[in-house]
Write a protein that binds this ligand. Sequence first.
Ligand code: IMP
Ligand code: MG
Length: 181
Amino acid sequence: MSEINSIRINDKTFEPVIPESEILAAIKQLADQINEDMQGLNPLFICVLNGAFMFAADLMKNINLCCEITFIRLKSYSGTNTEGNVKEIHGLIEDISGKDIIIIEDIIDTGHTIHHLINRLKKEQPRSIKTASLLFKPDALQLDVKPDYVALKIPNDFIVGYGLDYDGKGRNFRDIYRIKN
Ligand code: IMP
Ligand code: MG
């Protein structure tokens, strides 16, 4: 765990909950699983910005397949409440038809974002779509979507750090922090 004990972002305080070492170990395991399952394939990873940028970088360092990565930017959230309202701000330029897609997400909370993205990508007829999420909050799930790969399952608390934000801030921290009530 880094030296920092708690962090303050705008009006809220956050306390450390998952250290970087634990995050990286879980990502390594997830990558090993993808390497095994996708052997012989050339998947296209689609990183969902902004939240998944740090996860995508550490995941890709552990992937040994002959693969590609691209980025899509979605906005689905404001403050600490989900809106179930997904906007595509920066779209895909690649042709994904016939490709094996792996979506890289930071977190699956209500499931609205990933559900929207999967349906949107399916229209372009990829060969397969899988999802890899750093975090999963099973208790918050509202839709019937299960990520194929999850690094860490967490309780239904609002968290920041390692790419995740509160009102745009907090993405830079190495560890993950939970909101303090
Ligand atoms: P969903 O659509 O409710 O599954 O939420 C997905 C998006 O909401 C994620 O990609 C995050 O950007 C954001 N999100 C969900 N939970 C949290 C959290 O605890 N902290 C920060 N962002 C979150
Ligand atoms: Mg996000």
